[in-house]
Design a protein. Structure first.
Length: 206
């Protein structure tokens, strides 16, 4: 997992490149998305190191909650308790991740497309978030609320039919939640590109 966090800023630029291509009515080419100047690559990797340290800090803070979640997942008939535990952890994670979101929401894109150095990109990302904190926060909350609401509804439906006692239904529940989470993350990437495009529209891009 540390490797995933380390390369996460690069992953962001690849996903956003897809939406950037769609917005420009151009065909997306994965090989083109991977091509970037050495300076941009170094900046993104340095940003990944910062993300890694902060992620380790979050993991340390949430360690007790994660241990409780593992214990609950091993107990039969604890779907409701598991859902409550997941929701608490997700809310804590969302709150603890706010500083990380603020400094990394725009910075990978500014490093990649505008040739900003790491410090300038982080400062500009934080400034961009502060300047548009209300619309961005409202949209974040709407997206998060939609994701959590849909997840809770699915879990509630499965709890009514006592899915924890049927292996296939338990597996199906996990798959559905993963699909919902994938859709949620994809929408976040699209939102990330739109905010970057509109807030930094006067900057020259590569």
């Amino acid at each position: 997992m540390p490797l995933v966090v380390l390369v996460w800023p690069i992953v962001i630029t690849i996903y956003v490149s897809f939406f950037k291509s769609l917005d420009s009515n151009k065909a997306f080419k994965f090989s083109e998305a991977l091509k970037m100047p050495n300076e941009s690559l170094k900046g993104l990797l340095a940003l990944g190191v910062l993300c890694l340290f902060y992620t380790l800090l979050i993991s340390f803070v949430l360690s007790d909650d994660l241990k409780s979640l593992v214990l609950l997942s091993k107990e039969a008939g604890e779907i409701e308790g598991l859902a409550e535990s997941i929701s608490h952890i997700f809310i804590k994670l969302a709150i603890l991740s706010l500083p990380l979101y603020a400094v990394t929401w725009f910075s990978p894109l500014l490093v990649r497309y505008n040739n900003f150095n790491l410090l300038k990109a982080v400062k500009s990302s934080f400034a961009g978030i502060l300047a548009y904190i209300i619309p961005i926060s409202i949209t974040w909350l709407i997206l998060l609320g939609g994701f959590l609401s849909l997840t809770f509804i699915i879990i509630f439906i499965f709890s009514l039919i006592n899915a924890s006692t049927i292996p296939f239904l338990s597996f199906l529940l996990v798959m559905i939640i993963l699909i919902i989470m994938t859709a949620y993350i994809s929408v976040l990437f699209a939102f990330q590109y739109v905010t970057y495009r509109d807030i930094f529209k006067d900057l020259k891009t590569k």
